[in-house]
Design a protein around this ligand. Structure first.
Ligand code: ADP
Ligand code: MG
Ligand code: ZN
Length: 485
């Protein structure tokens, strides 16, 4: 029997607020355990939650960019369960009335584009973090409540994906979008973005869904892909031998690259959901929705298309420059200083990229303005490309102004006919063999002579001028060695 895999994702994204969802505790990552807690997020009696307005704005921004229908009225609900990292004994979430429904993630790898439909997005608070293997005997568990009460959105896709690769591509596209929107920092290692993948199989062509396993808390693109593919294979073997898949929550172990059972999956009724009595319904007034829609930034697919069309860049360059919002911002800042998009793209991606090996642009001593000035010097004929490359190395070391370096080090390009002609004549005189080779039709020797002239000029001669003058001299000399004069 041929099986078809069906995958739906539930992605938790931490909203980039400074304070938590229902109290004013900070959300900074990496603070000492339990230093960012208060009576509200510790669930002490006698306190009331107060909703964080900024969290709602970010949640609405995400849903708007994803094309969701925003509900004018939605409701918070208590999801009850017992776990040490949940001090209240319930999590405040949204249940049958989420704030956003529908919409889609646009997954566009440059070659193919598709929409991955969403079922819903809801707002909820995060739980604390249990750390095992602590204490003098390494057998204690401790709980850090700093993360408890941090605002999340949960983005739920329809069961429409077919492979681990598609699931990972969907996560990538979602991360890129949320980072552009500044809704979520997208830091997978710190858990700001994590994914549960639901996986089931059905006979190819069937329209009903099979029994699923839910793979919890996948925190890298690679793990999403590997875990889903492993799970597809595991379920294929079960079904092939005539057994049935058990509905389960499973954990992926990157070490063994296998998933293993954690617990049987709980049903909604296990959580005894009921409307949160301490919070009023969430109202999203139309004016707020239009405001958010009007202030959305240009999103990655649109920006990529614009770069390719308006700046006439190759598709791969447009994709690389728009991959991260910081890169696009850097490029546009440089472009505002010197409008040569092709050269800028090339220098950013190839020269700068090669010298800095993935170091974040923000950390470089070279600013967008300085790189633009460097390219302006090339375009004005003041310096040659090779000199510009040398200068870039110096600029990376100390952030120097390229025009100042050119003046201080006397690096201005030699554009003077007479000066270059003198160098050409010296080189021709010193290399009679090459001149004869060119006369015999061996064009390779011409490149060698160009290189020699450039060397004698210390890299400063204008290469175009060198080419032209060398050619003229050789033509005039005919087959006779130029050194004969
Ligand atoms: P929960 O997991 O919280 O019970 P849902 O039943 O709404 O929530 O499903 C959540 C996710 O599981 C969605 O992404 C949905 O597409 C996916 N899903 C539901 N049923 C299946 C199935 N049989 N196979 C694969 N994915 C599924
Ligand atoms: Mg689930
Ligand atoms: Zn608090």
């Amino acid at each position: 029997m041929a099986w078809e895999a069906v995958i739906g994702l539930e992605v938790h994204a931490q909203l980039a607020t400074r304070s938590k969802l229902f109290c004013s505790c900070p959300t900074t990552f990496g603070a000492p355990p339990n230093s960012q807690t208060c009576a509200v997020c510790l669930g002490l009696p006698g306190v009331l939650p107060v909703l964080n307005r900024q969290a709602i704005l970010l949640a609405v921004r995400a849903a708007t960019a994803l094309g969701c229908r925003l509900e004018p009225h939605s409701e918070f609900a208590r999801k009850n369960y017992f776990y040490p990292d949940l001090p209240k004994g319930y999590q405040i979430s949204q249940y049958d009335q989420p704030y956003a429904r529908g919409g889609a993630i646009l997954v566009d790898d440059g070659a193919t584009a598709r929409s991955v439909e969403l079922i819903r997005i809801h707002i909820e608070e995060d739980a604390g973090k249990t750390i095992h293997g602590e204490g003098h005997d390494g057998r204690r568990s401790r709980v850090d409540f700093n993360r408890g009460g941090v605002p999340l959105i949960e983005i739920v896709t329809a069961p429409v994906l077919r492979s681990g690769a598609e699931a990972a591509a969907t996560m990538r596209a979602l991360r890129q979008l949320l980072r552009y929107l500044e809704v979520c920092d997208g830091n997978l290692e710190q858990g700001s973005l994590r994914c549960d993948a639901n996986v089931s199989l059905r006979p190819a062509g069937a329209t009903t869904l099979g029994t699923r396993a839910e793979l919890k808390n996948l925190n890298s693109f690679r793990f999403v892909e590997q875990a889903v593919d492993f799970e597809i294979e595991r379920q294929t073997q079960i079904l092939d031998r005539g057994d049935v898949v058990v509905q389960q929550t499973r954990h992926y172990d990157p070490g063994t690259r296998q998933t293993r059972a954690m617990r049987t999956k709980e049903e909604a009724h296990d959580y005894r959901y009921f409307p949160e009595p301490d919070l009023p319904p969430l109202e999203l007034p139309p004016a707020l929705l239009t405001d958010v829609a009007a202030t959305l930034p240009e999103l990655p697919p649109a920006r990529r298309r614009r770069y390719a069309l308006a700046y006439d860049l190759p598709a791969d360059a447009a994709a690389l420059l728009t991959e991260e919002p910081e890169t696009a911002r850097w490029f546009e800042e440089a472009l505002a200083v010197h409008a040569n998009p092709k050269a800028l793209a090339n220098w950013m991606l190839n020269e700068l990229g090669g010298l800095t090996r993935g170091q974040p642009l923000a950390e470089l001593r070279v600013t967008p303005r300085r790189l633009a000035e460097l390219i302006a010097l090339i375009d004005a004929g003041t310096i040659s490309g090779p000199i510009a490359k040398q200068l870039l190395v110096q600029m990376l070391a100390d952030g120097a102004d390229p025009a100042r370096l050119v003046a201080e080090q006397g690096l201005a390009q030699v554009n003077d006919d007479a000066a270059v002609t003198a160098l050409v004549d010296e080189v021709l005189a010193a290399n009679p063999d090459s001149v004869r080779a060119i006369a015999a039709g061996k064009e390779k020797a011409f490149g060698f002579l160009v290189g020699q002239v450039m060397r004698r000029s210390g890299g400063k001669a204008n290469p175009k001028l060198v080419n032209r003058l060398l050619r003229e001299r050789l033509d005039r000399a005919g087959t006779a060695p130029a050194g004969g004069r």
